[in-house]
Write a protein that binds this ligand. Structure first.
Ligand code: DAH
Length: 345
């Protein structure tokens, strides 16, 4: 019996030397568990004589202690090894270069919108917005463009239903504002926003682009007020010496209507490729608000008058930043965006 126990101890120690991880636990169950080999051996002690029992009992206890101690030290060793591996993994390498985070910046179009807003806020205007999905009524009808009006052809767009469309200009916000504010005046608003046309995209056309609309309504508002505001605006945006001219034009929602040109900002009027050798560059449409538009908006054209204008933001941004292809505003090419990120105001 004594030999049997010592042989068991020897085998157990050999096995323990090789055990790792889960095998350690299996070893403990196998040798020291309730139904383990040692317990099994001890059970057969009942067959021993009364003299032999205490002697073998001592040996059995010694074996148990030896095995438990061996297990404890082996287990501690294994735990220490695991901790070292973990620590190795977590070591910080402070020689790694930092991850640079690039800071976003305002899109060049947004910069121009904000400049335009700032200028008009300085004139006492407020900024309004309207929906990009618009009713036919506000986009056309309320602007004196009835269903069969030929001027609608110039602004073909994406229809969502017979009455609902992607707005072709920011002018519908004129009609919406009249409706909202009536019978109060004065009205002095500008309206920046995205508009849509069924155009094929090329260097100067985009099916989606940006406009800023302006509307002033009040008692005794005259065409000379329109011209004064636009001239001051042009000087603020392009420089103190900027000149403008108004050319007669047609829009169904204004009467009379005009187009505003600025003196070419590149050649100063001498003629160059940008101004197609005319010395002038067209930047916006404008006019006196048509009496029908005031009427439909709930105002009496005998009592109040108004002027309005609408400009293309991409066109102004292209002039100021010398961008030659309108598509560049929408391609999100970081090389272009970064170039204008740090632009001075
Ligand atoms: N809505 C016109 C367009 O998109 C631009 C315009 C012209 C707006 C004259 C106006 C205006 O307010 O008075 O072509």
């Amino acid at each position: 019996m004594r030999e049997q126990l010592l042989a068991l101890q020897e085998q157990a120690l050999v096995d323990l030397a090789e055990a790792e991880g889960n095998a350690l636990d299996a070893w403990r169950v196998k040798y020291l568990g309730k139904k383990g080999e040692l317990s099994l051996a001890l059970r057969s002690m009942s067959k021993l004589s009364a003299e032999e029992r205490p002697v073998v009992g001592q040996v059995a206890n010694a074996v148990r202690e030896t095995l438990e101690a061996a297990f404890a030290s082996k287990f501690a060793e294994w735990e220490a090894k695991q901790a070292a591996i973990q620590e190795e993994k977590e070591t910080l390498d402070i020689t790694l270069p930092g991850r640079t985070r690039s800071v976003g910046a305002e899109h060049p179009l947004q910069k121009i919108i904000r400049r335009i807003e700032d200028i008009f806020i300085g004139f006492g205007f407020t900024v309004e917005e309207g929906p990009e999905v618009e009713w036919d009524y506000y986009n056309f009808e309320a602007l004196n463009l009835p269903k069969d009006h030929p001027a609608r052809d110039m602004q073909d767009t994406f229809y969502l239903s017979e009455e609902l469309l992607m707005r072709t200009h920011t002018s519908p916000v004129q009609a919406r504002t009249l409706e909202k504010r009536r019978p109060e005046w004065p009205i002095r608003i500008i309206v920046p926003g995205r508009v849509y046309r069924r155009d094929d995209d090329d260097a100067t056309h985009s099916h989606a682009f940006t406009q800023v609309e302006g509307l002033v309504v009040g008692k005794g508002v005259r065409m000379s007020d329109l011209k004064g505001i636009l001239l001051t605006f042009a000087k603020e945006l392009f420089g103190e010496n900027q000149e403008i001219r108004l050319r007669p034009s047609f829009f169904p929602f204004t009467e009379p209507s005009a187009e505003m040109d600025i003196r070419c900002i590149y050649c100063g009027g001498d003629g160059c490729s940008t101004c197609k050798h005319t010395g002038w560059i067209e930047v916006l449409g404008c006019g006196m608000v048509h009496p029908r538009v005031l009427e439909m908006g709930g105002y009496d054209p005998e009592e109040v008058t108004g002027f309005a204008f609408g400009m293309g933001v991409e066109r102004i941004a292209m002039l100021l930043y010398k961008i030659e292809d309108i598509r560049q505003f929408y391609q999100n090419d970081l090389r272009l965006l970064k170039q204008f990120a740090s632009l001075p105001e």
